[in-house]
Design a protein around this ligand. Structure first.
Ligand code: MN
Ligand code: MN
Length: 361
């Protein structure tokens, strides 16, 4: 993979499809040529506003950025799953599963949708209203066993995003259906994080969210001055989304090539499979980001763990290390992954190491 293609983009550069009570904008292979495995849609629905009942060929994974929503989905056994979601919650709908979303609360909802094909288009999903409008009313009457005049008020074209009334209690909605045995939602931010000196990580994949077979994700928080360590992903491209803060990402693409990109909230980055990279927090606030993959599991290789788990002489000879520097470096290596590194402490800086070396000599 060459780095001549762009690897970053902001949703604010995308065309906004503005509808009654909401909007949607896409980052797909058309907007970002490296977005091959996954496509993203950023959507907002006001209070009571629907993203209409629909289905599509791609699976759908979603993360709530702000606000609250109610979702419903039908499974293959005829079970219905309904849930209320808040910031940091996820849903996953497998290919073809019909579903709908409605903004709730005082603010409605904003979320990130991830589809498991870079070619996905939000404008070509199968919409209930479009479907019924394209079916003769006599057929609808035969199918639903009612008088065809029932369908006189159907929309002639799709509704897509439109204002509805606020839903009632979740309990009442759930009582009215035969419940699904599958869990289609997950509270990602409520997960106990893995804490590191420079931040924390929450991983959600089929180990803790079994339905999400084609999308794995990590939610990463990096403290100011900290760094998501040098690493790469052996199983998929990374589709990164920045939720908060100011970040700088450097990608190593082999053959002497590396490139650096800056990101702010709302930006999307792509890191091709096996390309090594690191993420620095270059601002004063924590960086919050999502790493997403078209894969059943989250997988990464840590550069430090690799060197820590390689015979010491081999490492020293590759890095041309001898004497004090060799001892110091080999001793510093951790066999455990430190996914997020803290800012460098003063007494560990290179200049201090050199000073200590000079004293020794
Ligand atoms: Mn959908
Ligand atoms: Mn990564």
């Amino acid at each position: 993979m060459s780095l001549t293609h762009s690897h970053n983009r902001s949703f604010t550069d995308s065309h906004v499809r503005l509808e009654e009570g909401g909007w949607a904008r896409e980052t797909t292979i058309r907007e970002l040529p490296t977005s091959k495995e996954l496509a993203g849609v950023n959507m907002r629905l006001g209070p009571g506003v629907y993203r209409e009942l629909h289905w599509h060929s791609e699976s759908e994974w979603a993360y709530i950025i702000a606000g609250t929503a109610r979702i419903s989905v039908l499974d293959l056994e005829g079970g219905c799953y309904i849930d209320d979601l808040k910031e940091g919650d996820l849903w996953y709908f497998p290919t073809g599963f019909p579903h709908g979303i409605q903004g709730t609360g005082d603010e409605g909802v904003e979320f990130l949708l991830i589809f498991d094909d870079g070619n996905f288009s939000e404008d070509s999903t199968f919409l209930l209203t479009d479907y019924l409008a394209k079916t003769p009313k006599s057929v609808l009457a035969k199918n639903f066993r009612v008088d065809q005049r029932i369908f006189d008020s159907l929309s002639e074209k799709e509704k897509y995003i439109f204002q509805g009334t606020m839903p009632g209690s979740l309990e009442d909605d759930r009582k009215a259906v035969i419940p699904s045995k599958t869990r289609f939602t997950h509270r990602m931010l409520d997960q106990k994080p893995t804490k590191f000196p420079g931040g924390e990580v929450r991983i959600t994949d089929t180990k803790n969210f079994p339905v999400s077979k084609t999308t794995a994700a990590a939610h990463v928080t990096i403290m100011p001055g900290g760094m998501r360590e040098m690493h790469w992903h052996p199983n998929a491209d990374e589709w990164s989304f920045f939720l908060k803060g100011h970040a700088r990402v450097t990608i190593f693409a082999a053959a002497g090539r590396a490139r650096t990109f800056n990101y702010v909230a709302g930006d999307v980055g792509i890191v091709p499979q096996n390309h090594a990279h690191y993420v620095e927090n270059i601002g004063d606030e924590p960086v919050e980001m999502l790493e997403m993959f078209r894969a059943p599991y989250f997988e990464d290789f840590s550069t430090e763990q690799w060197l820590a788990q390689t015979p010491a002489t081999t490492v020293a000879e590759h890095l041309n290390l001898t004497g004090f520097n060799k001892e110091k470096f080999l001793k510093s290596l951790s066999k455990d992954k430190t996914a997020v590194k803290p800012p460098l402490r003063k007494n560990k800086s290179m200049s201090d190491m050199n000073k200590a070396l000079e004293e020794l000599l």
